[in-house]
Write a protein that binds this ligand. Sequence first.
Ligand code: GLC
Length: 636
Amino acid sequence: MIKKYRFGDPFETEAVVENIQAEHGEPKFGETSIDNGFSFSYMMDEDEIVYGLGEANRGINKRGYRYVSDCSDDPNHTEDKVSLYGAHNFIIVSGKTPFGVFFDYPARMTFDIGYTKSALLKVSCEYADLYVYVIEGENAYDIVKQFRKIIGRSYIPPRFAFGFGQSRWGYKTKEDFVKVLRGYRDHHIPLDMIYMDIDYMQDYKDFTVNEENFPDFAEFVRKMKEEGVRLIPIIDAGVKIEKGYSVYEEGVQKGYFCKREDGSDFAAAVWPGYTHFPDVLNKEAREWFGSHYRFLIDQGIEGFWNDMNEPAIFYSREGMDELKSYIKEYVQETEDVSPWELGDRVRNLANSPEDYKRFYHCVNGKMIRHDRVHNLYGYNMTRAAGEAFEKIAPDKRILMFSRSSYIGMHRYGGIWTGDNKSWWDHLLLNIKMMPSLNMCGFLYSGADLGGFGADATRDLVLRWLAFGVFTPLMRNHAATGTREQEAYQFEDTDDFRGIIETRYRLIPYLYDTFIKAAENNDMYFKPLAFEYPDDTFAAGVEDQLMIGQEIMIAPVYTQNAKGRYVYLPEEMTLVKFTRDNHYTREKLAKGHHYIEVSLAEVPVFIRKGKTIPIVKVAECVEKLDTEHVEYQGCDN
Ligand code: GLC
């Protein structure tokens, strides 16, 4: 049962697609207040678990910390960080009387879940203008499915997008891409995609290709595809300010960029230097921006990743001027100067909340200050692409995922979880985040495997890939300047081959499971408690996940570990995929077990009475032979 409540004058985010009439009165659970902004307070029982929040820090159970929905470009997301790249305001309180709440509010919103007071759940925001949806159901899983139904079907990518992809910020020329292709093919490691980061463009201009480095781009795209590899270019939010650059000229002339209060186009520096932001909240501007993806689709491109769309701002003109005058004063000062303050001022120049108050969107003829709708930018940039794809290639699935997102965007694309680090902690965070993302509709998702920032180690990359075998988006991506982490860069590549091959052997099963989850508003990844609601031990397990109806996974995520403890809520068959297309199997009883897992192995637990199809490996998805399936399951 779903009830909708309206407070004040909400912005229509279009996160929910089902037409639900707003109720009068107060939600049944908790207390709401509209004095001093909006707040929702609820006293939690000791045993209640709070799920949800999608792309958020910390555990599957969100209790005991606070989280702020405020799409942020922050690669250094240590445990204390409260905002990540996405904003997904859906929570489920799971206890005696379970309920879910979706706060459809596109600006900054705080979820204090037992942080200030251990029993108090308090959700608050500055303006009391929002819709609140309250969902009652049998249990948390049922509530998620009801919620997913009202927000519409999740994006389904093309089949090749379930292959393995290699990425690195720094591949510049045709030769760089061919080198990656050869690295994989010569080592017989499957590969379906190579991602093109900003260097493929001419001076970081969207919808351009550097002609010197790619003299005949369409031909190059075709040749790579013949080798079984798709090139997947990045598109950034900011459009470079440059006389004569057609996208810029057109946007200015049509008035499609975000504007300052005085009507001039707002300028913010990102990778290309100063840029304008397309006003993707304005329907016409969105259509216009989306139409430009055709430039690359016409050259054979079948997938994209949308980046810097919080939108990230290195600095605005105004912010830079303010900093310069501050530094001038600072230099003239002789006493009492604090280097910390100077450092903070410089650091805070990027992604400053002040800048988000400096520009406006034009929605249905009304000017709306960006900070009031901040969390919708990435959503609408991706929507621009998704809506355009329906026109440009109506019969084709185009791969699309975004860095920033809000609920609603899940209908147009997937997400990657932004810039992480080559840290074991971020592997664990990746594991815990996946089911929460599914609760909020984001099924096609994954993290930068091996870690984006910092230097990766061989064992970390192997363990992370072994988890990545199961994430719908399986992509190894790294930042420029970090240690090279393509699978063929390390000693004994057979181990890497074994792991990536396991993905390919499972692709028919994983893709099928994914499609079923999308079509039934179901989850691909689930916490154990969703499948075993009466098992009190399972409720506390956060480092094992259920996939579909058939399997459970328990990834190894610690350095030097030779294996790990696993909890089995029922009897299962442990199948360990090993190098050279082998696997071992062993029936294990319900309960706790220590299992050994070498760096080259991928363990899968198959539930009692279930089977999963396994196919022969191929170098890319198109070459998989799905006719001849070898069945693997439990022995009874
Ligand atoms: C951002 C993206 C990252 C990309 C880089 C350069 O940091 O999150 O994935 O490599 O920009 O485009």
